[in-house]
Design a protein around this ligand. Structure first.
Ligand code: FDA
Length: 394
C-alpha cells in the first residue's frame, strides 16, 4: 500500500525519536520506521540498564571526529541543560554518578517513555518491524520501498546508529544509504570497548576477573584516570573503555597501577629501610584487593622480603607497577562495543541542519555520523543535539 508523509525518519533510537518529535511539533507529518520489533532497544540497555542520559559538562572536546568542529553548532543549540529540563518535565528520577554524569535512578525506561510520549503528543508515528528494501529519489523527495509498502516523503532522515551490538538491531544500513547517494563513509571500528589480552598475560590475569582498581592509563596520546576492571577476556572498566576510542591496533598501553598511592621508587627505598622484613604483597594489600596483590606478586615472583631487593630490582618493581606495559591482542569488537568510531563523513553534511550538502532533503543524525563521544553520557547528548537540530528543519 502506498502512503505519503512529509518526513520519514529511519531508526527509532535516541536521535531518530528526538528528531521525529521535534519535527512533528512543527506540524510536519512524520513517520519513524525501524526494523526492530520495538523502539529504543539501546536506550533500555544503556548505562548498565540505568541510561547515562547526558553529561552536564559535555563540550566539543569530549568528541572524536575527522572534522572536530562539526559538533560545535548542534551542541551549542541543544545543550545538556535542555535535555535535563525535558527529563525534569517528564518526572525522570535521576542521580549524578560522576561529575555531570546524569543517570536514571532505577531503569532506563523513563527515558524511552519520555521520547515516545513526546512523539505521541507531537503526532509522530512510530512503526516497528519495518525493513527498507530500496530508496529512490522521486521528484523533490524520496520513495521508500519497505516491507509494509511504498512510502513517499519530502525529507528523509537517516538515524540508524552504528554497528555495535547487532543483536540490538544495529546495521550498516545508514552507511549504505550514504554511499548510494555518493557520500563518503570513513572506516569504522568498535569504540568504548574492552581490550582482549595476549595468551601469556591472559593466563595470569584471568584469575583476577571481577577485580577493579583505580589506574591511570595512557595510549594514543591520551591519559585517563578511572577504574580498570579485569575480566575473563582482558581489561575493561571506564579507564579501558575510554582509552579504546584512541588506541590503534598494535599499540601498547602504559598503566599506572598505583596512581593515587604515592608509592614511587623513593617510597619503596624508604620502606626497605624501615620495614626490611616486609613483603611486596603486604605493602600492595594496603592499596589493592588482597586477591590482586597475591596474584601479581606470584606472577612477577616478588616473593622476597624487601631487604633482598637490590636497587635495580626495586627500580624494576616500581616501573612494573607504575608503568605496566600491556599490548592488547585487540578489542572485543562490535559484539560488546558501546559505540562505532568513524561513519558518514561530516564534511559532506551541514553542521547546522544535518542535510547532505549534495542531496537536498537527505539528513544524517546521531551515531551514523563520524562523531563519537567519550564515555559518560556524551553519546546520548550527541543524539539529542543532532536529532533536535535536524528536527527543526526537516
Ligand atoms: P541507536 O543505535 O540508538 O538507534 C538506531 C536505530 O536504528 C535502532 O533502533 C535500530 O534498530 C535502527 N536500525 C538500524 N538499522 C536499521 C535498518 N536497516 N532499518 C530500520 N531501522 C534500523 N551512551 C551514553 O551516552 N550513555 C550511556 O549510558 C550509554 N550506554 C550504552 C550501553 C551500551 C551497551 C551501548 C551499546 C551503547 C551505549 N551508549 C551510551 C551509546 C548510545 O546508546 C548510542 O550512542 C546512541 O544510542 C546512538 O543513538 P542513535 O539514535 O544514533 O542510534
Amino acid at each position: 500500500m502506498a502512503s505519503s508523509v512529509d518526513v520519514v525518519v529511519v531508526g527509532a533510537g535516541a536521535a531518530g525519536l528526538m528528531c521525529a518529535a521535534t519535527a512533528a511539533y512543527r506540524g510536519r507529518r512524520v513517520r519513524v520506521l525501524d526494523h526492530a520489533n520495538r523502539p529504543g532497544k539501546k536506550i533500555l540497555m544503556s548505562g548498565g540498564g540505568r541510561c547515562n542520559f547526558t553529561n552536564l559538562n559535555s563540550t566539543p572536546q569530549h568528541f572524536l571526529s575527522a572534522n572536530p568542529h562539526f559538533c560545535i553548532s548542534a551542541l551549542k543549540r541543544y545543550t545538556p541543560q535542555h535535555f535535563f529540563e525535558l527529563a525534569e518535565r517528564h518526572g525522570v528520577d535521576w542521580c549524578e554518578k560522576g561529575p555531570g554524569q546524569l543517570f536514571c535512578v532505577h531503569s532506563s525506561q523513563p527515558i524511552l517513555d519520555l521520547l515516545l510520549t513526546e512523539c505521541e503528543w507531537a503526532g509522530a508515528e512510530v512503526q516497528v518491524n519495518t525493513s527498507i528494501q530500496r530508496i529512490e529519489q522521486h521528484g523533490q523527495g524520496f520513495r521508500l520501498h519497505t516491507s509494509s509498502g511504498v512510502i513517499s516523503c519530502e525529507s528523509l532522515v537517516i538515524a540508524t546508529g552504528g554497528l555495535s551490538i547487532p543483536t540490538l538491531g544495529a546495521s550498516g544500513f545508514g552507511y549504505q544509504v550514504a554511499e548510494q547517494f555518493g557520500l563518503t563513509v570513513l572506516p569504522t571500528r568498535a569504540g568504548l570497548v574492552p581490550f582482549t589480552l595476549q595468551p601469556q598475560e591472559k593466563e595470569h590475569l584471568t584469575p583476577l576477573s571481577g577485580v577493579a582498581v583505580p589506574v591511570s592509563v595512557q595510549a594514543g596520546g591520551q591519559t585517563f584516570r578511572e577504574p580498570m576492571l579485569f575480566t575473563h577476556r582482558g581489561l575493561s572498566g571506564p579507564a579501558m573503555l575510554q582509552l579504546s576510542n584512541y588506541w590503534q591496533p598494535g599499540e601498547a598501553l602504559q598503566i599506572n597501577l598505583l596512581p593515587e598511592a604515592g608509592l614511587d621508587l623513593a617510597a619503596w627505598q624508604q620502606l626497605r629501610r624501615q620495614r626490611p622484613e616486609a613483603r611486596v604483597e603486604q605493602v600492595l594489600q594496603q592499596y589493592w584487593p588482597k586477591r590482586m596483590a597475591q596474584q601479581f606478586c606470584a606472577w612477577q615472583q616478588w616473593d622476597q622480603p624487601l631487604q633482598h631487593f637490590s636497587q635495580m630490582a626495586l627500580e624494576q618493581l616500581d616501573s612494573s607497577l607504575r608503568q605496566w606495559t600491556v599490548k592488547p591482542s585487540g578489542t572485543e569488537g562490535y559484539r560488546t562495543a558501546e559505540v562505532t568510531l568513524g561513519g558518514v563523513d561530516t564534511r559532506q553534511v551541514s553542521s547546522r541542519n544535518f542535510q547532505a550538502n549534495t542531496v537536498p532533503g537527505l539528513y544524517f543524525i546521531g551515531e551514523v555520523l563520524d562523531v563519537t563521544g567519550q564515555l559518560g553520557g556524551h553519546n546520548f547528548q550527541w543524539a539529542w543535539s543532532s536529532g533536535y537540530c535536524a528536527g527543526e528543519v526537516v
